[in-house]
Write a protein that binds this ligand. Structure first.
Ligand code: TYD
Length: 208
């Protein structure tokens, strides 16, 4: 059984990632690929319970360290119960956010020591790093406006302010610079079709 491919979507708020995840999953299935669509934090029953804890409540509910540990606790369960079994069975896994969100949000924007994050990552994710990471990039004002338009109120993260989101954008740029082998920047400006053409071009390189 050939191991499946692991693709992650990353970026700030309101970049349109979730819509693009759906389009990519449909496109791969049309090509006969078995795909598991998943997300973080979450993606397994235990990790979804942790998601409720971490995304709800006031912005300062958790310190960055606690937040990071909750994210990696959820990630450990998600890897054990969902991602590793799917890849081993030959399915591709397309995940809306993964460890690079911890690097950008809790690390770069939250101020957690990157050495600590990489130690945790080695212990929890280990060799199961994504084969391809698409990092959605767009100006902070455009992303925040889109996130608010989407409605449903602000999450703990969306209420943190423009300076935080600017920092995030820089954080993701650093992630790309640190992992040039697997990361591709996707220009997230423009309409859904234009962005998907960029996503497809990046994925075609590894698609069957
Ligand atoms: P979600 O509503 O799924 O956001 P989006 O639609 O922008 O993907 O909420 C996920 C939030 O969790 C998002 O603000 C980013 C944050 N997050 C972290 O801070 N660290 C992490 O490791 C992960 C996976 C997510």
């Amino acid at each position: 059984m050939t191991r499946g491919r692991f693709i992650t979507f990353e970026g700030g708020e309101g970049a349109g990632k979730s819509t693009q995840v759906g389009l990519l999953v449909d496109w791969l299935r049309d090509r006969g690929v078995s795909v598991v669509r998943t997300r973080e934090p979450g993606g397994s029953p235990g990790a979804e319970s942790i998601r409720d804890l971490v995304l709800n409540g006031p912005p300062e509910r958790w310190s960055p360290t606690t937040e990071l540990l909750l994210m990696y606790a959820a990630r450990a369960d998600h890897l054990e119960r969902t991602i590793r079994p799917a890849l081993a069975a030959g399915s591709w896994v397309v995940c809306d956010r993964f460890a690079d969100s911890s690097r950008a949000y809790q690390g770069f924007a939250g101020g957690i020591d990157t050495v600590f994050i990489e130690q945790l990552d080695t212990a929890v994710v280990g060799r199961d790093q994504p084969d391809l990471t698409l990092v959605f990039d767009l100006p902070v004002e455009v992303g925040l406006a889109r996130a608010l338009e989407r409605g449903g109120g602000e999450s703990r993260f969306e209420s943190k302010g423009a300076a935080f989101h600017q920092k995030l954008r820089e954080g993701f740029a650093c992630v790309v610079a640190d992992h040039p082998d697997r990361c591709r920047v996707i220009d997230a400006t423009g309409d859904v079709d234009a962005v998907f053409a960029r996503v497809r071009a990046a994925v075609e390189v590894i698609a069957p």
